[in-house]
Write a new protein. Structure first.
Length: 348
């Protein structure tokens, strides 16, 4: 009798997705490709990632070349993928591997876990897919498949350890990389969140949720807390040449190292002008534009008002002066692109 992993692998041999970072059947994948794709795929869909992955490879075909690229170029190329901490860690990790491992990825899961931006899922994915060693990457898709297969009703995140153990217990000694990619494919194309297509699934017949008829309701999840809303003021400061002041955010923290328009702190309380203008780059009369810019980050919603003003002493101001038409030269995060579009629409 075939085991679950035998069935999963047999299905994979016939139905695997063709993705630009995957190697042909029987060929070991390039660790650089696996790593790059897995970092990009965190919080992002395959469809979105494909062109970014191909673009990155065309400019930085290996990790040594990526390591010596200016961080700004990497952030710039990352624009649109969001969660920029991933791009900064990608660059940091490339530097580390280039300097400490002579550009070769360590093959051990434990060593991989010590690298910047590499968590348990990515470390296991690289170990299994690129090095053919036994390891089990478990992300949301795989948790869903396993929760249904074993009809685990305990909600996520409480059940995470149990789901991980169940996935590990099924992992075969050979072809752990194909097994991991097969589960990824089943989760993405068959065992989908709302409507699993059990008739196409290699696990049909031995899936407990399928038998019970509650697959579409699993996994259970603890309801998410409502996101708070923060507010802030953006300062659109012009000099006498019509250039606008930009600045770079600190390396650490949200949108670290990215270029932005100067801003007040983003607070959960409502805006008070006294507090807001304390953070302004210059003590001048500011004019508030109509409307607000709204953006949602992972943990909070943000509402920004925009204040415009004419700089009196540009020589005292630290930052980057740029024409708005040249903003494309800088790695501006999406929220700042929204701010620029709003300001250009409403100012004057
Ligand atoms: S049989 Fe259905 S519910 Fe079970 S793993 Fe396959 S697609 Fe998901």
């Amino acid at each position: 009798m075939l085991s679950k992993s035998d069935k999963i692998l047999a299905w994979y041999d016939q139905n695997r997705r063709h993705l630009p970072w995957r190697s042909p059947p029987g060929v070991r994948a390039n660790p650089y490709h696996v790593w790059l794709s897995e970092i990009m795929l965190q919080q992002t869909t395959v469809v979105t990632v494909k062109p970014y992955f191909e673009y990155f490879l065309s400019i930085w075909p290996n990790i040594k070349v990526l390591a010596i690229a200016p961080l700004d170029d990497v952030l710039h190329a990352w624009q649109g993928l969001g969660y920029y901490a991933r791009a900064r860690n990608l660059h940091k990790c490339a530097n580390f591997i280039a300097s400490e491992y002579n550009g070769l990825f360590p093959e051990d899961e434990k060593n991989l876990l010590e690298l910047p931006g590499i968590g348990p899922y990515t470390a296991a994915a690289i170990t299994a897919i690129a090095f053919g060693k036994k390891a089990t990457p478990v992300d949301g898709n795989i948790e869903r498949v396993v929760a249904r297969l074993f009809a685990v009703t305990e909600p996520i995140p409480k059940s995470k350890i149990k789901l991980h153990e169940l996935a590990c217990a099924m992992t075969p000694d050979e072809r752990a990389g194909d097994y991991a990619q097969a589960l990824m494919d089943i989760g993405a194309t068959i065992c989908m969140p709302k409507k699993p297509v059990c008739s196409l699934c290699p696990l049909s017949g031995e899936c407990k949720a399928e038998v019970k008829g509650n697959a579409g309701n699993l996994p259970n999840r603890v309801p998410k807390k409502k996101k708070p809303t923060r507010v802030g003021t953006i300062f659109w400061l012009s000099n006498d040449k019509g250039e606008i002041l930009l600045r770079r955010r600190p390396e650490k923290g949200l949108l670290g190292g990215m270029v932005e328009l100067p801003s007040s702190d983003w607070q959960e309380n409502s805006l008070t002008q006294k507090k807001t203008f304390f953070d302004a780059p210059e003590k001048i009369i500011w004019k508030i534009l109509p409307g607000r810019v709204r953006h949602t980050f992972t943990h909070f919603h943000l509402e920004l008002e925009i204040a415009t003003g004419q700089c009196i002493k540009p020589e005292l101001i630290k930052g980057i002066w740029s024409n708005a038409s040249d903003f494309g030269n800088y790695a501006l995060p999406t929220v700042m692109k929204k701010v620029v579009a709003h300001a250009l629409k409403y100012k004057d």
